[in-house]
Design a protein around this ligand. Structure first.
Ligand SMILES: [Zn+2]
Ligand SMILES: [Zn+2]
Length: 132
């Protein structure tokens, strides 16, 4: 195994910034999107449980995880990750404040990623709202 020297100035814990020219790939089988339908499928963020806690993943149609899946959507842009398995939550009818519906691990990840749970509002929208 070859170890590459870590370049100074880059925090290895942070994901590399997404480059638009980089093909979207499935986190499971590494298949790249080859048509607009697959691109749309792979553009979806999934939040799955891993040994190190919730992680963001992308899945092609064949690798979509089984189990309960709930859709978290920002009230402003309609974007948001799909929550899988233990991270999924039950809607109690009130979708404007999801704080009480979410398992603690999901809540911790979302607030850490910058989500506002009342709304809910995604980090991008919060950023835009603050700029006004
Ligand atoms: Zn796949
Ligand atoms: Zn948003």
């Amino acid at each position: 195994m070859t170890t590459f020297p870590t370049r100074p100035g880059r925090d290895p814990g942070r994901p590399a910034p997404h480059r638009p020219d980089e093909p979207l790939r499935c986190s499971s089988c590494a298949r790249a999107a080859t048509n607009p339908v697959e691109r749309a499928e792979l553009a979806t963020d999934w939040l799955v449980t891993t040994d190190t806690g919730p992680q963001r993943r992308r899945f092609c149609r064949d690798c979509v995880p089984a189990g309960p899946i709930t859709d978290l959507t920002c009230i402003r842009c309609g974007d948001g990750p799909l929550l899988v398995g233990d991270l999924a939550h039950e809607h109690d009818g009130d979708t404007t404040d999801i704080t009480g519906d979410l398992p603690g691990t999901t809540r911790g990840w979302l607030t850490g990623a910058g989500w506002q749970l009342t709304g809910p509002i995604c980090p991008d929208c919060i950023h835009e709202l603050r700029r006004r």
